[in-house]
Design a protein around this ligand. Sequence first.
Ligand SMILES: Nc1ncnc2c1ncn2[C@@H]1O[C@H](COP(=O)(O)OP(=O)(O)OP(=O)(O)O)[C@@H](O)[C@H]1O
Length: 296
Amino acid sequence: MQRERWRLRSVDLFVQSAVSHRPGNNGGNNPLVHTMEHHLLHQIDLTIKHGEWVFLVGSNGSGKSTLARLLAGLGHARVTGDIARMEDASFAPLVAQNPEAALVGMTPEEDAILLLEQLAVEAGEMPKRIDAAMRIVGLTDQMKQPIAQLSGGQKQLAAIAGCIASGADALIVDEPTAMLDPQASAAVMAALRELHRTGTTVIWVTQRLEELQEGDRVVSMKDGRIKFDGRAEQFYSRDNANVGSPCEEAGLDAPYVVHTVWELQRSGIMLDPPMPLTASSLAKAVNSYAKQPACS
Ligand SMILES: Nc1ncnc2c1ncn2[C@@H]1O[C@H](COP(=O)(O)OP(=O)(O)OP(=O)(O)O)[C@@H](O)[C@H]1O
């Protein structure tokens, strides 16, 4: 059985922000400042095992990044409830939507070296780790190129390469493809799927639901709460009255393939498997439906 990487029980998270008020006419010019507490996460129950791949989805402001930062151990927040991390778990680096803020080296290679230096990795160990990480993300040819000359997708891959070289057993990526074109997005997805195949736990925050594949685990959030935790196929499952899939309840628009399946269901066409998620699996399911003997 896989060991647990994170276990959160009844976790609530609060942050404080400064609020300033201009006093009235007779109150002088100095603004009054007081702090206000915001309750951002509510009763989070979540277990993630070593080696799992989890898509964390939800509409804007639903709390995805807040939860991602909490899992990465970042931020200054008041947290109540119970959070357990396994003792042998390494730190889990978080790669954000815009990687430029996190890239400090002049080249992808130098950036990885600086990160490994921070982690006190021996100098003799570094080239092996960095070469392997660049190979996984497909940046071997660009690793000595100035970061300023890389495309957005290559910068994202450079940030991910640094995390891979660090040897972290888990990686959290927050909307890594939000600013990328389909080709660069596919390269980032392929690099992380490969990393996952070799045992790394991956938490992928996204609003692009077409990135989900059959069998993927989906955790969806709304108003700071987890509303759904299950397989992608169930996420799109409507009830008998043809409404109310967890995806729609989260306020998200399903991919085109799923809309097509819903339309087929509305016309009484039930596919097997019932919820294909890619164009090719939809075509396959429609093909085998068409080959079924007609009912009289
Ligand atoms: N430091 C803060 N102080 C006050 N409110 C905050 C703070 N950080 C986040 N929030 C609020 O918490 C809510 C959740 O924010 P969060 O960034 O986690 O959402 P998200 O699901 O990642 O959204 P998006 O998809 O837009 O990035 C939002 O309403 C946001 O305004």
